[in-house]
Design a binder for this molecule. Structure first.
Ligand code: GLA
Length: 377
């Protein structure tokens, strides 16, 4: 799994410190949306697009960061002076901020270059990929003994403690622990995870709707609050512990009843999807995708008219078993399960029809024609 790991780069004699390079892939969530902050179940999977970082230790405390894709392309700050509000640099600052707070790593400054093919705002975890890649590189640079699960937990703290996005741990665990061609089934209560092989006779499609989403504040935080109010009224701390029976008995006010119903039914769908993956049953997986989308559209209300259009076009395509919005919502991407060997053609058809109907360019992220073997199509 060389492309998911980290390794020393070439070391020229006149340079004071070796370069360390590390990478992390973005992810698509197959199913299990808005369940992770309720200690529920999720089923993400890595996508081919990834973020690669190169760091070289400095003898002072300056971090000089440059990015090939983002503006401004070069920025700097001092370790200890991290302050939010600098766009993409916030994720870099967040990493040094949380690392320093572990008290287990003697951090110096470093020169950093970032190169990423994970599109930001597409619901495929560009920020988690950056945080995880940088943590992997700094783990080597600082000789910091830390496991991959802890990397995921630190990357989550970057979001919750530094960026101010009250997210769960799905994205960071997927970026840190996911393997290509394998779905990562996570119980976000125990943090137990299991990699499940993607069935060879099913294809995967991910299309970016072009509607940019963001999680810091906004609707994501509103949904989170509403769902915790619903949990409290049902007498549980997390909706993982609520049941449809308790929802019948207590009769919550709208929209809290629908918020709770989404999380309860979505947790059940993840467990069924895991079974369908094991049974190699793409028909069942497709039905679960479709049901999950309806639940997000009507109960959790995280979809948008453009996303619904894209989902409907996909669901009507003969090469597709099922389709749903993936990720936090309010924009981003749609994930589809396709007939084996037909994913690439279906993806082209669907993206073209969406672009025409919605008037916004839809971009096919998976299958990635530049890496046709990852993941399987
Ligand atoms: C975002 C968050 C995740 C998760 C999803 C919704 O991706 O980062 O923690 O809550 O939204 O399933």
């Amino acid at each position: 799994m060389a492309n998911l790991g980290a390794f020393f780069h070439s070391h020229r004699a006149h340079e004071p410190a070796p370069e360390v390079m590390a990478a992390a892939h973005g992810r698509v969530n197959l199913i299990g949306e808005h369940t992770d902050y309720h200690q529920g179940f999720v089923l993400p999977m890595p996508i081919p697009q990834r973020t690669t970082v190169t760091v070289r230790r400095r003898s002072d405390y300056l971090v000089r960061a440059s990015s090939t894709a983002m503006q401004p392309s070069m920025v700097e700050y001092e370790i200890g002076d991290e302050a939010r509000g600098s766009g993409w640099l916030d994720y870099v600052q967040g990493v040094t901020y949380v690392l320093a707070r572990t008290g287990r790593c003697a951090l110096t400054g470093f020169d950093l270059t970032i190169d990423s093919s994970v599109p930001p705002g597409a619901g495929v975890s560009s920020s988690a990929a950056l945080s995880v890649a940088l943590l992997r590189a700094l783990r080597i640079m600082c000789r910091f003994t830390i496991g991959d699960l802890e990397i995921a937990q630190l990357a989550q703290r970057v979001e919750t403690e530094f960026i101010g996005a009250p997210i769960g741990i799905m994205d960071q665990m997927s970026c840190s622990l996911g393997h290509p061609d394998k779905a990562l089934f996570i119980d976000t209560r125990s943090l137990h995870y299991e990699r499940i092989k993607w069935p060879p006779h099913a294809g995967l499609i991910v299309i970016n709707s072009g509607i940019v989403h963001a999680h810091a504040g906004g609707e994501y935080a509103v949904r989170r609050r509403e769902s915790f109010s619903a949990a409290a009224l049902l007498g549980v701390r997390y909706l993982r512990d609520a049941t449809l029976d308790s929802l019948e008995r207590v009769r919550l006010p709208s929209p809290l009843d629908r918020r709770a119903r989404h999380v309860i039914t979505e947790n059940a769908r993840v467990l069924e999807a895991v079974q369908a993956l094991r049974d190699r049953d793409p028909d069942r997986l497709g039905e679960l995708f479709n049901a999950s989308h309806l639940s997000m559209k009507h109960d959790y209300e995280t979809s948008t008219p453009e996303i619904d259009t894209l989902v409907e076009i996909a669901q009507a395509d003969p090469g597709v078993y099922g389709a749903r919005l993936t990720g936090g919502g309010f924009g981003g991407s749609v994930v589809m399960i396709a007939h084996a060997g037909r994913a690439a053609a279906a993806a082209d058809r669907i993206a073209t029809a969406y672009t025409k109907t919605a008037g916004i360019p839809g971009t096919v992220l998976v299958p990635d024609q530049s890496m046709p073997r990852f993941p399987r199509v």
